[in-house]
Design a binder for this molecule. Structure first.
Ligand SMILES: Nc1nc2c(c(=O)[nH]1)N[C@H]1C(S)=C(S)[C@@H](COP(=O)(O)OP(=O)(O)OC[C@H]3O[C@@H](n4cnc5c(=O)[nH]c(N)nc54)[C@H](O)[C@@H]3O)O[C@H]1N2
Ligand SMILES: Nc1nc2c(c(=O)[nH]1)N[C@H]1C(S)=C(S)[C@@H](COP(=O)(O)OP(=O)(O)OC[C@H]3O[C@@H](n4cnc5c(=O)[nH]c(N)nc54)[C@H](O)[C@@H]3O)O[C@H]1N2
Ligand code: SF4
Ligand SMILES: [Mo]
Length: 682
């Protein structure tokens, strides 16, 4: 059994459902049917009882007075947030009758589901929902907002989301955190790196911002945004030139190393320095440190791939460990994401064959244009597990789309988010602790189970439950739309195509809670690339019209404005989750804009003053934090803040909705802005 009982209280095991690589094991302390405390489970092999501050305060969110309890219908203007209570029967009937009419008049493609991973539970995020929308024939969403560009880039090099086993990284002697703020976003990688450091490892951080992770590192290398591929190529230049490569590994396990050797001759350290702003001596020092240290490990973050050239940047960095043969050493190599090791049976889970006709795909990063410009138009939007009015690029355009009177919008969430305020109908969602679901990390190798730990809050329902009701309302008779949560879990786990999951059954998860997939070292072995090897030269890229060798391409001109704007995540929120919860907002303080002293001085801006940040797309107001923590010419904000009365903190008002070089990815960090001082209150 996975519950420990005494007379008054109960502790049950749980999983953190947030979109975070660590996917911690939790202990949920219950009293009188409520969760009163959330702690880390010391028995979880990877997370070992440590959890972040955000989730330690999870009860503040679970029982926040603002949490939605019942379905709502809009009574005021779109965006006003005035609603009245209705019953679930009325809500489902309204949706079904609206959709039946739309399907009859304009076709099912006029309906667009919009979701992401606000809850990582697989059957809630990509199970019954996918089945339902396939059967409905709705337009199809491309899930590109997070890691799409980098995932595709990494795949060209390595064949999929396969990297170093995180537990092995304690053996590394050099750890490079490249474009990742792991102290905030992957805290157990920091725990492991700290152990490695005790054994003599050196920690290097490469970032545009001296963030929490950079402050903790042994060596922080500031770099200009969007230039990391040039730095990686400069390192390769030196590795080849100074004979620090592992020729046996290159011959045995890579393709294209001769071509790469020639190609990187043009990336000499002087040129690379002029592009990246990293001094020539530092480029040499880093190359020699990397070339002479074994095992060395690179944690590739999401920051570098949220740029126009992000896919190629990740593909390029992913080539580095091959040059020195790091994959042969325990703890050596790289992690971008490890999700592919734990692939569930997606076709059994999602049932694409329920779709009777092909439908158009819509890139989620282009939601604004999709709502405003598509022809034939989208007439209905169904949002769950996501808050697009805050998280999408060019969010002003998204909000303009959401204002359309003729757009029938349904939002299923735990809170009246900014997106929900534009909805015609709002449906209350259960929290993950009220649900039955399975989880797989995209960093460690454990599969985890969440069984309902508490009753649904108010009248809230889980995602699969709502889709089962909608299917019934639509009159869909398919068995697949009636499967229980447990059926879905069993079907997802049964994946003969992925031997790593062999032996991981529902029963075992019930008993053991955390089950490690049977992941083995990548080498010696064959990769799922076309050649079976690490592709330093990629034919597949060539066929797609991409440069087949790792290449640096400068960012395109966004706008002729002085600053590169990098609106990254913050410590106390998880994307926009927690931005509605007073406790977490207090912990985070104010939305800041980090600026270099010289830049601030040239604009007459002093530390702590309010500034307006703007470009042609929009504007927002932040508090200047002036110092030496960002490279000159770059300004950094942190966090996706909830709307505030009277001023805009919507950083995505400014971000471009161009697509990255690969995967249709988002380019949140490639926009340019101007900054100006607002009249100070004092
Ligand atoms: N506390 C917290 N944890 C989170 C999240 C959160 O919002 N808050 N979000 C979760 C999600 S969905 C994700 S995808 C991950 C993201 O977490 P990370 O992988 O850490 O990625 P980001 O935080 O987007 O960016 C990391 C760093 O990239 C830097 N950066 C930006 N541009 C460049 C560049 O051109 N070069 C270099 N070298 N650095 C650059 C930024 O300054 C930032 O410090 O975190 C997850 N965990
Ligand atoms: N400027 C800027 N913008 C960014 C980023 C950035 O770094 N900078 N990061 C981007 C990245 S990497 C990502 S992943 C996206 C994330 O964007 P989103 O996936 O939209 O993430 P959240 O803002 O956390 O919103 C998730 C919503 O789902 C709801 N939710 C949670 N559980 C459930 C459930 O079980 N059912 C239902 N129906 N709802 C639920 C939560 O209450 C919350 O409102 O943001 C992107 N936006
Ligand atoms: S948000 Fe991340 S670090 Fe925090 S408890 Fe969840 S999985 Fe662990
Ligand atoms: Mo993400």
């Amino acid at each position: 059994m996975n519950s420990i009982e005494d007379k008054t209280r109960e502790i049950v095991r749980g999983v953190c459902s947030l979109d975070c690589p660590d996917q911690c094991g939790l202990l949920l302390h219950k009293e009188a049917g409520r969760i009163v405390k959330v702690e880390g489970d010391p028995e979880h092999p990877m997370t070992q009882g440590a959890i972040c501050n955000k989730v330690r305060h999870m009860t503040e969110r679970l029982y926040d007075p603002a949490r939605l309890r019942y379905p709502l219908k809009r009574t005021g203007k779109k965006g006003d947030g005035t609603f009245e209570r209705i019953s679930w029967e009325e809500a489902i009937e309204t949706i079904v009758s609206k959709w039946k009419t739309l399907i009859a008049t304009e076709g099912a493609e006029s309906i667009l589901p919009y979701s992401f991973y606000g809850n990582m539970g697989r059957i809630g995020a990509e199970g019954m929902d996918r089945r339902f929308f396939h059967r409905l024939g709705a337009s199809r969403l491309e899930y590109t907002i997070c890691q799409a560009a980098g995932t595709e880039g990494y795949r060209y090099t390595m064949g999929g989301g396969y990297g170093t086993s995180p537990e092995d990284t304690v053996h590394a002697k050099l750890i490079v955190m490249w474009g990742i703020n792991a102290v905030s976003t992957n805290m157990h990688q920091i725990v492991l790196a700290e152990k490695a450091r005790k054994n003599g490892a050196r920690i290097v951080v490469i970032d545009v911002h001296r963030n929490r992770t950079a402050k903790w590192a042994d060596w922080f290398i500031p770099i200009r945004p969007g230039t990391d591929a040039a730095l990686a190529l400069g390192l390769m230049h030196i590795l080849f030139a100074e004979g620090m490569t592992d020729e046996t590994f290159l011959q045995t396990y890579t393709v294209g190393h001769e071509k790469l050797r020639e190609h990187v001759k043009s990336y000499d350290p002087e040129f690379v320095s002029s592009v990246t702003g990293v001094p020539v001596e530092d480029i040499y020092e880093l190359a020699r440190l990397y070339g002479r240290t074994t095992p060395s490990f690179i944690r590739i973050g999401n920051g570098i791939q949220h740029h126009d050239n992000g896919g190629m940047c990740v593909r390029t960095i992913a080539c580095l460990p091959a040059l020195t043969g790091q994959w042969m050493h325990r703890g050596g190599g790289a992690i971008k994401g490890n999700g592919s090791y734990l692939d569930f049976n997606n076709s059994a889970l999602q049932r694409p064959q329920l779709r009777k006709q092909p439908a158009r795909f819509i890139n989620m990063n282009l939601l604004g244009s999709a709502l405003l410009e598509l022809d034939p138009p989208i007439r209905s939007l169904y949002v769950y597990n996501s808050n697009p009015a805050v998280v999408t690029p060019f969010a002003g355009k998204v909000r303009q789309g959401l204002m359309r009177e003729d757009l029938f919008t349904v939002v299923h969430d735990l809170f009246l988010t900014e997106t929900a305020r534009y909805a015609d109908l709002v449906l209350p969602a259960t929290s993950s602790f009220e649900n039955h679901d399975i989880y797989r990390s995209y960093w460690h190798h454990y599969v985890q189970l969440q069984q309902p730990a508490i009753e649904p809050y108010g009248e809230s329902k889980s995602n699969p439950d709502v889709f089962r009701l909608l299917a019934q309302g639509m009159g869909f008779e398919d068995d697949a739309l009636r499967d229980s949560d447990e059926d879905l879990i069993r079907q997802a786990l049964n994946n003969p195509a992925n031997p790593n999951l062999e032996g991981i059954t529902y029963e075992r998860l019930q008993e053991e809670q955390y089950v490690r997939a049977n992941v083995r070292p990548l080498f010696p072995g064959r990769l799922p690339t076309p050649s079976g090897k690490i592709e330093l030269y990629s034919k597949a890229m060539e066929l797609k019209g991409l440069p087949p060798l790792p290449t640096y391409t400068p960012l395109p001109t966004d706008e002729e404005l002085p600053f590169q704007f990098v609106p990254a995540p913050n410590h106390n929120f998880l994307n926009s989750t927690f931005s509605h919860n007073a406790k977490h907002v207090r912990l985070e303080g104010e939305p800041k804009l980090y600026m270099h002293t010289e830049d601030a001085a040239s604009l007459g801006i002093r530390n702590g003053e309010r500034v307006r940040v703007w470009n042609s797309r929009g504007s927002c107001e932040l508090i200047a934090s002036v110092g030496e923590d960002v490279v000159p010419g770059t300004v950094v904000s942190q966090g996706l803040w909830a709307d505030a009365e009277g001023s805009s903190r919507l950083v995505n008002a400014l971000t471009p909705d161009r697509l990255a070089d690969m995967g249709g990815g988002a380019v949140f960090f490639s926009g340019r802005v101007q900054v100006e001082k607002l009249e100070s209150a004092s």
